[in-house]
Design a protein around this ligand. Structure first.
Ligand SMILES: [Cu+2]
Length: 165
């Protein structure tokens, strides 16, 4: 105990004797109001569209540096790109456009995935074929728009070999 106290006292006196207090550390500029940090997109992919289908589902994981909102997007492969949610109505799973956008809380990876929120390509110009790449542009409430290349592939269904249709 005595030794511990002595050490603490020594540390205190050292700190007190130090004439050059380090200057105030520069504040970390993480949330400048003029330059919104970019949103990061990972694992963008689209489901192959069945022959003749006019719409296709795409998925992505988005991480915003500051609180933001996915408001929509576009792609040269379809007339429009909408952000959809899945909801249960009268026991039926339905999808509906998130007209107010999808919230992206700061630093949180928000996954759009089969069975949940997803991107809907409406009025496809051509079927989405497994193996090809589709450019998707996302728009946000604050961050600048980003464009990603989405892989067209079958959903990865770990541990499930049924359910594909
Ligand atoms: Cu949809």
């Amino acid at each position: 105990m005595k030794i511990k106290l002595a050490l603490a006292a020594a540390a205190l006196s050292l700190a007190a004797c130090n004439p050059s207090e380090p200057a105030k550390a520069p504040a970390a500029e993480t949330s400048g109001p003029t330059t919104a940090a970019a949103v990061t997109a990972t694992d963008a992919w689209c489901r192959p569209s069945p022959n003749g289908a006019k719409a296709g589902g795409c998925y992505v994981t988005l991480t915003a540096a500051t609180d933001d909102r996915l408001t929509g997007g576009s792609t040269p492969r379809a007339g429009s790109l909408q952000v959809h949610e899945m909801k249960t109505e009268n026991g039926m799973m339905k999808m509906a456009e998130l007209t107010a956008g999808l919230p992206l809380p700061a630093g949180q990876a928000v996954a759009l995935a089969p069975g949940g929120n997803h991107l809907m390509l409406i009025e496809l110009t051509a079927p989405l074929i497994a193996g090809e790449t589709v450019p998707l542009t996302f728009q946000f409430a604050s961050a600048p728009a980003i464009t990603v290349q989405a892989q067209v592939r079958q959903p990865a269904m770990a541990g499930m070999d049924h359910g594909a249709h």
